[in-house]
Design a protein around this ligand. Structure first.
Ligand code: FMN
Length: 389
């Protein structure tokens, strides 16, 4: 296991989790990395660590360049255990090390670990710590995406380590975005934003507005690949749109079905968008995972959700999707509820309750008693087409 030099005397010493399948319900089909960075200066500084399960990888990479016991400073940009998980081992090994974190970082670390022997240095917004040839400064980013979140900036290296901000879940041999397949990295960055940062787009906007003022040519997040040179501006541009909930004229249809009627209706809805040349995707919840659907939802103007009525309510798959959507809080959308029913027909009302909570503009509900026939499906298509025109 080797360390990888990303700037003169600044090394990536993280872990590649090729096997990682999911993160609290977010599918990571491409695996991920836990990125830790080691700065060799008068004070040897470790920025973030890795998940405890992957600590051997981190220590092996550190050992390829220095004795880990020589670390003087550990920075915890974010308390979540995929980044702080190996801090207890480092602090145990480096008894005199200083642990730098935000005020909420200190509270959070105290609630996760036995910190009684740790030397904390709590930093505030824009505080600076000199480590020799370098000055490290800190940008506090509350709720991007935990209260403790902060970014570490190294002025002399034009380097920002913003932890989860600008991250992507991808296990790769390459470390830089421009050595990997750009479209795939952007897709994973979009999925990351949609599933993790979307509810905090206001706070993310504030954080990014501070970050764009910095003199930067490299952003090294805590997951996935490192943005450098021209790619820095590309991810800024993407975040500007995602933070603003900017939508494209496109639609996503999300549904489940027991006997096929709601699926037939979903196809009618699909044809209405197709007729109007509005790009549309059809996502059966039997096939697509909610965390992948969110990637498409992020920049889609139209969100259509279909469920038959089952036991006076929604199908549980649709309820699960809607509760996930409710938590992630996309804004500025136009929404359609549809579904087949037998007698009560409660499903569409429950879909619309969530749409109302999210302040979506709601299109005319589409329901059908039991099995719709060709002429009914044509009418659903025509009515929606007329409404969308
Ligand atoms: C187990 C089961 C429970 C159902 N419960 C309800 C219900 O509570 N209220 C209702 O209106 N219809 C109920 N239905 C009828 C379905 O909503 C109806 O068959 C509908 O056409 C199914 O749509 P689908 O083909 O998209 O699954 C139920 C059907 C099944 C199989």
């Amino acid at each position: 296991m080797k360390a990888f030099e990303i700037k003169k005397n600044v090394y990536w010493v993280g872990a590649i989790a090729w096997e990682l399948a999911e993160f609290h319900g977010y599918l990571t089909q491409r695996g991920s990395t836990f990125n830790a960075y080691l700065i060799l200066d008068e004070k040897i500084t470790l920025v973030d660590t890795v998940k405890a399960t992957h600590k051997d990888q981190m220590f092996a990479r550190i050992k390829s360049i220095i004795d880990p016991a020589k670390i003087d400073i550990v920075i915890s940009n974010h308390t979540e255990m995929d980044h702080s998980g190996a801090i207890p081992d480092v602090m145990d090994l480096c008894k005199n090390a200083t642990l730098i974190c935000s005020p909420h970082g200190e509270t959070g670390l105290n609630k996760h670990y036995d910190t009684s022997k740790w030397n904390f240095k709590v930093v505030q917004m824009h505080d600076t710590v000199n480590i020799g040839k370098r000055d490290l400064s800190f940008i506090l980013m509350p709720m991007v995406h935990w209260p403790d979140s902060m970014a570490t900036y190294v002025k002399q290296d034009k380097l920002l380590m913003p932890n989860d901000l600008f991250g992507q879940h991808m296990a790769t041999y390459e470390r830089f975005v421009n050595d990997a397949e750009f479209d795939i990295v952007m897709e994973e960055a979009q999925k990351y934003f949609a599933n993790i940062l979307l509810p905090y787009s206001r706070q993310s906007t504030n954080a990014v507005s501070e970050i764009v003022k910095l003199d930067l040519d490299m952003i090294a997040p805590s997951h996935g690949l490192i943005w450098r040179d021209k790619d820095v501006q590309k991810i800024f541009k993407a975040y500007e749109l995602w933070d603003a909930n900017a939508v494209k004229d496109k639609a996503v249809i999300v549904y489940d079905t027991m006997w096929g009627s709601t699926e037939k209706m979903a196809n009618s809805v699909y044809r209405a968008f197709e007729k109007l040349d509005i790009p549309v995707k059809l996502k059966s919840l039997k096939k697509y995972h909610i965390s992948d659907i969110m990637t498409d939802i992020l920049d889609s103007k139209y969100i259509c959700v279909g469920s038959p009525t089952l036991n006076n309510t929604l199908m549980p798959t649709v309820a699960s999707f809607l509760y996930y959507l409710k938590g992630l809080r996309p804004k500025n959308r136009i929404a359609l509820a549809f579904g087949s029913f037998g007698w009560g027909g409660q499903s569409v009302k429950e879909i619309e309750e969530i749409f109302k909570f999210l302040n979506f503009e709601i299109l005319d509900t589409v329901t059908y008693e039991y099995v719709p026939h060709e002429e009914d499906l044509d009418k659903i298509e025509k009515d929606l087409e007329d409404e969308l025109k």
